[in-house]
Each structure stands twice: as C-alpha cells, then as structure tokens.
Design a protein around this ligand. Structure first.
Ligand SMILES: [Zn+2]
Length: 207
C-alpha cells in the first residue's frame, strides 16, 4: 500500500520478480478483463460506461480468478489492493475460501510534499503514454516514439494534493483494519533511490 507517486508499481514489480510471483494491481486486472472481454470485464465496462465506480464484488470476482490461478499457487503480490475496508473484508473472506493468507501488509510512506514534487515533475508521452524516465523530464519529446511529453492534468500540484487527501481518507481505515488483524503491518520509508527503498522492503519482510 502507498499513496500515488510513492513508487508502489516500481517496487512491487522488483519484489515480485525477486520472488518469482505475479503482481496484481486493480487497474491492470480491470484493463485485462475488458481486453479479454470476460463476463466480469463486460460487467465492469457497463459501470464505467455509466461513469460509475466498478463495485467491490466485481473487483473481488476478478481477484478470485487471479488468486486461484496456477500462476499464483506459490504466492502473489497485491499492488494497491485492497483500497477500502469493504475490499479488505472481501479479500479476507476470499483468502479463507482459497486456504491462503497474507504474509504481511507493506505500507510505503512518502511525505506529501515529496509526492507533489515527484508527480508534478513527471512527464508523460501524449502518443504512447510512457512516463519519461528520471532525468528526461525536461526533454520535449518521448525517447521511444518522439511524441510530445506533457504533464498529466492529474499530476498538477493542486490535483495531487486532492488525490492524496482522498487516498488518506480511504486508506487510513484499511491500515487500521489490518493493525487489528493477525497480518503484520510493516511501514517502509519510501524516500531515496529505487535500490535503497527495495533494500528496506526486503529487510521489512524478513523482520
Ligand atoms: Zn512515446
């Protein structure tokens, strides 16, 4: 778990690769289900077409398909999920059903102002959607396809602050819920280089 811009995706990908396990993020699973036109994918699409949030039971249905698949038999990493207490409760019931349990909840912590700085300096290619790598934020065009690099509207400082508020309102109760559960919650400082943060995460899991 961690706010937008904390580096969850990067760190999660490294950690999943280290353990040879799949990484599941809600957004990726939704996109995949829609692309593959599954029953749940079509259901999710109907909500999105109506401008509504995809309900938890649809998301949890997609998670069930993933967590009960062969690739997840030796473990899995959940990236940014669950995001609400209702999702945490649903996941708990799902894991019990599957005879699985979480080893730990990792909470990646980064100061708000650092996140505002990180996200507002981020540039995304208007053509291919790639995020410009660190050091290339000042370039005018994408190194991959030559498209224009722009700041996403979501990454404007004021919008980032609002996203952080929403995140904290949603997530503080989820962390509190896990604090009361038997799953250990480990807090990791998300500042510094990718390698430094990954080393802290590995240490926190081993602790
Ligand atoms: Zn591009």
């Amino acid at each position: 778990m961690g706010p937008p811009g904390a580096g969850k995706g990067t760190q999660g990908a490294l950690l999943a690769r280290r353990h040879g396990i799949p990484r599941y993020a809600t957004g990726d699973i939704l996109r995949e289900a829609r692309r593959e036109n599954t029953v749940l994918g079509r259901e999710a699409q109907r909500y999105m077409d109506a401008g509504e949030l995809v309900p938890d039971d649809v998301i949890l249905g997609m998670m069930r398909e993933k967590l009960s698949s062969d690739e997840a038999a030796d473990g899995f990493l959940l990236d940014g999920f669950p995001r609400t207490v209702a999702q945490a409760e649903g996941l708990d019931a799902l894991l019990e059903d599957l005879g699985q349990e979480l080893d730990a909840v990792l909470s990646l912590e980064v100061a708000d102002e650092e996140i505002v700085r990180r996200l507002s300096s981020r540039r995304v290619c208007a053509e291919c959607g790639r995020v410009a790598p660190a050091g290339a934020e000042s370039h005018e065009s994408c190194q991959e396809c030559g498209g224009a690099l722009k700041r996403r509207a979501d990454d404007e400082p004021q919008t980032v602050r609002r996203r952080l508020e929403v995140y904290r309102e949603e997530t503080a109760p989820v962390l509190a819920w896990y604090e009361r559960s038997e799953t250990p919650v480990r807090t990791v400082k998300g500042g510094g280089s990718v390698e430094e943060v990954q080393a802290r995460i590995i240490g926190a899991i081993a602790a």
